[in-house]
Design a binder for this molecule. Structure first.
Ligand code: PLP
Length: 402
């Protein structure tokens, strides 16, 4: 008898399951809108030209393969923090931001979860928006936090349930942790407005909640890295101490290179040094030190003015293509096909994803009859649409809802 004979088969990953079904489908019209990775106008993965140049620069410097320090490449973490907090950030100027390189956004969130579970003195409760990125729930649970939720999505309006969000944060126990998607909320594509962020900041202050920002899409939402950092910078300006997860998977297209950063703002340089020491104690037994290649690439872009400018325009190019797909899809459904329902949310949502409002039976029909694959909650990756498939997609949605 094998020692593993009692191991039960777990459920397959919801999103990777869609990719399997898509791969098995032989119809030439098939479309995969499940995966959260950017695709170009031809439906192909996109390597940013600025990233290609950065790779050449890194290679030309003939770097060795030595281990990085536990908290990663120092130039990279400094520049990543600058990108997020901005050059005018007071805690950055004061040397009071503790930052470590991480295994992309997921790793940053996990380091953050572990750090809060060990060292945040006020609460073990973390409030996540409903819905949220599916991986947040097991990730924070496995970090040792109690996962709770606050209202975020209004099914009726396919918009933000701002009243519900405020009521739930106001009712949260004092000191609880609140996870905020900094921009391009996944899966809904719905972000608070700057005015709403200001109100959220006020509630967080009044209830002494602790804000933990997940910024997986800086630049990807609006096309501007500054605009997309509004929420984080506003909270810091308002005097909040924050935790922040950053990913360079989407905005630099460095998915498999696993480049990210986790940071916390502290009172002063001495406190930062103490926090740094505890971050090292968390990281060392998990994976010792992070991979070096992606951080070098990202840092080559962040530290070179010309490449940085080029990168910013390439991020904007990706965001703009997605925004133009939203425009086209809205026009097809609302104006050309007169598809039943109101489709304005397709245009007002932002970032990689759109919550279409399609229900599970409609998404099932789309997969089975039209070879169009998306998550059962009706979320589509806008990046999977292009000039070659958007008409067919709109017609398929039209059929599915009639
Ligand atoms: N957070 C959110 C909201 C995401 O959508 C993602 C990726 O889809 C991540 C974090 C982490 O991604 P990665 O670990 O690839 O950086």
């Amino acid at each position: 008898l094998s020692v593993w004979s009692n191991v039960q088969a777990g459920p397959p990953d919801a999103i990777l399951g869609i990719t399997e079904a898509f791969k098995a489908d032989k119809d030439p019209r098939k479309i995969n809108l499940g995966v959260g990775a950017y695709r170009d106008e031809n439906g192909k993965p996109y390597i940013l030209p600025s990233v290609q140049k950065a790779e050449e620069i890194v290679l030309a410097s003939v770097p060795n393969k030595e281990y990085l320090p536990i908290t990663g490449l120092p130039e990279f973490t400094r520049n990543a923090a600058l990108l997020a907090y901005g050059t005018e950030s007071t805690p950055l100027k004061e040397g009071a931001v503790a930052v470590t390189q991480s295994i992309s956004g997921t790793g940053a969130l996990r380091i953050g979860g572990e750090f809060l579970a060990r060292h945040y003195p006020k609460s073990k409760d973390i409030f996540l928006p409903a819905p949220t990125w599916g991986n947040h729930i097991p990730l924070f649970r496995d970090s040792g936090l109690n996962v709770r939720s606050y209202r975020y999505f209004n099914k009726e309006t396919v918009g933000l349930d701002f009243a519900g969000l405020k009521a739930d944060l106001e009712a949260a126990p004092e000191g609880a942790i609140v996870l905020l998607h900094a921009c391009a909320h996944n899966p809904t594509g719905i972000d608070p407005t700057p005015e709403q962020w200001a109100q959220i900041s006020d509630i967080v202050k009044e209830k002494k909640l602790f804000p933990f920002f997940d910024m997986a899409y800086q630049g990807f939402a609006s096309g501007s890295t500054t605009k997309d950092a509004f929420a984080v910078r506003h909270f810091v300006e308002q005097g909040h101490q924050v935790a922040l997860s950053q990913s360079f998977a989407k905005n630099m297209g460095l998915y498999g290179e696993r480049v990210g950063a986790f940071s916390v703002t502290t009172a002063d340089a001495a406190e930062k040094a103490r926090v740094d020491s505890q971050l090292k104690i968390i990281i060392r037994p998990m994976y010792s030190n992070p991979p070096v290649n992606g951080a070098r690439i990202a840092n080559a872009i962040l530290s070179n003015a010309d490449l940085y400018t080029q990168w910013e325009s390439e991020v904007k190019g990706m965001a703009d293509r997605i925004i133009s797909m939203r425009e086209k899809l809205y026009n097809s459904l609302q104006k050309e096909l007169n598809t039943p329902g109101e489709w304005g949310h397709i245009k007002s949502q932002i970032g990689m994803f759109s919550f279409t409002g399609l229900n599970p039976s409609q998404t099932k029909a789309l997969a089975e009859k039209a070879h169009v694959y998306m998550t059962h909650d009706g979320r589509i990756s806008m990046a999977g649409l292009n000039g070659g498939n958007i008409e067919y997609f709109a017609q398929s949605v039209d059929k599915a809802v009639r």
